[in-house]
Design a protein around this ligand. Structure first.
Ligand code: SAM
Length: 240
């Protein structure tokens, strides 16, 4: 194949991926006003636009319904975009607790949920998640835990997620693929704490006999990043 043909094939591939992503989003994850406002809120408040994609939001809803979630724990609220998808999967007496280190982000998230009429079931607690997590033991078990905050703490958040869930609960973590970097064997000894922690997270959820896990490339940056999804097992898998 000539260089020109290779480039054309590559362009075709990129355009097809973008088309599929747009078409799937339109079909499965269209946004109403409240979701669109929550997605745009970071730009309007001088915050980073690092929320999940609409399709990831819809997947969180599917998972929440699949495990009959009544209590959901989120680590990392930003402007409340993922929290809104999650809270909408809750029954009226359900509860979303989101942990957020930034007062400003927490206020914007609260406003997003109020605007969507979900202020009664979605709550944000302000502080470093590591300090807030121990107090949640009295409110456990959570049916779904979504981890999407500072990457170096992911292994610690996994420890807490395992303590705060029950058999059948689902644990989801974003950014576990990151262009394949945390999947490389040499990432275990990476000098970048985020890469080393994501490596550890992926290895642990893949191998822990208490979990059944998979990771899916599904994100707004051309599917180069995505979720690790784990179900807490009721019984250990059979040998062999
Ligand atoms: N889940 C959000 C969404 O998709 O709409 C995006 C969350 S954003 C990627 C990460 C958030 O985690 C930021 O708002 C950041 O302030 C918060 N964060 C960072 N470190 C934290 C910590 N130690 N404890 C709690 N929140 C933290």
């Amino acid at each position: 194949m000539s260089e020109h043909d290779e480039l054309e094939a590559l362009r075709d591939q990129v355009e097809t991926r973008a088309y599929i992503d747009q078409a799937l989003t339109k079909l499965f994850a269209p946004e109403d006003e409240a979701l669109a406002a929550a997605r745009k809120a970071p730009q309007q408040h001088d915050m980073p636009s690092i929320e999940i994609s609409p399709l990831q939001g819809k997947l969180l809803q599917v998972l929440a319904l699949a495990c009959g979630a009544k209590r959901i724990l989120e680590i990392g609220a930003l402007a409340g975009y993922s929290g809104l998808w999650l809270a909408r999967a809750l029954p009226p007496d359900g509860r979303l607790i989101s942990l957020e280190i930034s007062e400003q982000h927490a206020a914007v998230a609260r406003a997003s949920w109020e605007r969507a009429g979900l202020g009664d079931r979605a709550e944000v607690r302000v502080g470093p998640a590591e300090e807030l997590l121990p107090a949640l033991q009295s409110e456990a078990p959570f049916d779904l835990v979504f981890i999407d905050a500072d990457k170096p703490s992911y292994p610690t958040y996994l420890d807490w997620a395992l303590k705060l869930t029950r058999p059948g609960s689902i644990i989801v973590a974003d950014n576990c693929i990151r262009r394949g970097v945390p999947l490389r064997e040499d990432s275990e000894s990476s000098t970048d704490p985020a890469t080393a922690a994501l490596y550890t997270y992926d290895q642990r959820v893949a191998a822990d006999p208490r979990l059944l896990s998979v990771a899916l490339p599904l994100s707004k940056d051309d599917g180069m990043d995505g979720f690790a999804i784990s179900v807490v097992r009721a019984v250990a898998p059979a040998e062999g």
